[in-house]
Design a protein around this ligand. Structure first.
Ligand SMILES: [Zn+2]
Length: 416
């Protein structure tokens, strides 16, 4: 069977609802998008449910679905994804937490959940905790993330993710850290709760005496003398995409969560300090990198753009229109460079983030797959309203994944 390549642009939070400030248009309908319009005219389009009608998904689940995973089986919680984002290679059985560097007073009360929003020295502090041994042969892996965040992993036999967060949450300053009580009656949960206590105390001792914190105290900054943990998840098996489909995939992104998810799925990942994950990201650079990867032989290249989601969360429809128009310009580079007889080009979103909702919604998201031999829907404008008459209707993100794999010649025949 002949094989072709594919390029998929994931515009995070692209989907929206009619907005009065945009004369009743969605941002995608309102934006001037000559290149995307041209792309739509060369393929099939529609509004696609990330999971099921009305189900709101997070960015992590939304991306696993775009990559074709059954998230009822393969979603292990946010902790493991953060750990993968930090570059930790997780093994089945590992318990991964999201962590914060925090400041505690002498009585064990939280002064600041973010240790004065510490940005420097976190790599050294995390290194000081990495490799820490706990009771019963459990080892701690710790790696810094952006600013005050870090990933913490417990590795060893007989662990459970059913333990309460030690982080009491956003309005907790002045309160003590929470005791990590077990959340079920299994011996594994009881044991893991004890290990979290042991880790918290040992980590606090190590951090309090660390050079970075002594220097912070000297200059009048809050010391990062404690680790608050939340969102534990137990890593299970996650087959690499290439185990199910004969493809060599690559991802171009600035957002660490996306880089983590795709790395877990076996993608080679490519980033650049100029891929900021914000509105000022270097879109032409991302598209240029994707073209380079397709030329160098990657079969399926995913490009992630975070900014539409941020505009949605901030209720900034004009900013969403602006980033869509910048994305459209960058798409011009692709349409001039890629031979649509050899490579399918598509776009979708992990979920809608309607500006006036200010959060993810369960709306279906505008989606397009174009290529020379794709059945054409004859729709030459992009937008939720225009895509309603396209052929990609009542489908899920996993269906769209399978359609791409089939077009690219990467699926097995069902039957003989
Ligand atoms: Zn998202």
């Amino acid at each position: 069977m002949r094989r072709k390549q594919g390029l998929l642009i994931v515009c995070d939070g692209l989907g929206d609802r009619p907005i009065g400030r945009l004369n009743g248009d969605t941002p995608l309908e309102h934006a001037s998008t000559p290149n995307l319009d041209r792309l739509a005219s060369q393929g099939m389009v529609g509004n696609v449910y990330p999971h099921k009608p009305g189900v709101r998904v997070g960015t992590d689940v939304g991306h696993l679905l775009i990559l074709g995973y059954d998230t009822e089986t393969y979603y292990y919680g946010r902790g493991p994804i953060e750990a993968a984002s930090a570059g930790i290679d997780l093994q089945p059985g590992d318990i991964a937490f999201r962590g914060n560097f925090a400041t505690l007073d002498g009585n064990g009360r939280i002064i600041d959940r973010r240790a004065g929003r510490i940005t420097e020295g976190t790599s050294e502090l995390a290194s000081a905790l990495n490799g820490l041994s706990l009771e019963g042969g459990v080892t701690v892996l710790a790696r810094e993330l952006t600013s005050h965040r870090l990933a913490v992993v417990f590795r060893g036999a007989g662990l459970s993710a059913s333990v309460r967060d030690t982080d009491p949450g956003a309005t907790s300053e002045g309160n003590p850290w929470q005791d990590p009580t077990p959340l079920d009656s299994t011996p594994e949960a009881a044991r893991t709760a004890n290990l979290v206590r042991e880790f918290s105390i040992k980590a606090s001792r190590i951090l309090s005496n660390h050079r970075v914190n002594l220097a912070r105290k000297e200059e009048g900054s809050l010391p990062a003398n404690f680790i608050l943990l939340r969102g534990p998840g137990k890593m299970g098996p996650l087959p690499k995409l290439s185990e199910g489909f004969p493809i060599r995939p690559a991802c171009v992104a600035g957002d660490k969560t996306i880089l983590g998810i795709t790395r877990m799925a076996g993608f080679d990942t490519f980033t650049d300090p100029r891929f900021t994950g914000e509105a000022d990201t270097w879109l032409e650079g991302k598209i240029g990198k994707a073209l380079e990867l397709l030329h160098s032989g990657y079969d399926w290249v995913l490009v992630h753009i975070k900014a539409p989601d941020l505009a949605g969360h901030d209720d900034k429809p004009e900013a969403k229109v602006e980033i869509i128009e910048r994305w459209d310009k960058a798409m011009g580079l692709i349409l001039n460079e890629i031979d649509l007889s050899q490579c399918y080009i598509g776009f979708t979103a992990d979920h809608a983030t309607p500006c006036e909702v200010g959060d993810h919604s369960g709306d279906p998201v505008p989606t397009c797959i174009a290529g020379v031999d794709v059945r054409k829907d004859g729709i030459d404008r992009v937008g939720e309203r225009f895509f309603r008459s396209g052929s990609l209707q009542n489908l899920s993100a996993r269906d769209i994944f399978m359609i791409q794999m089939d077009l690219m010649g990467r699926t097995e025949k069902y039957g003989s």
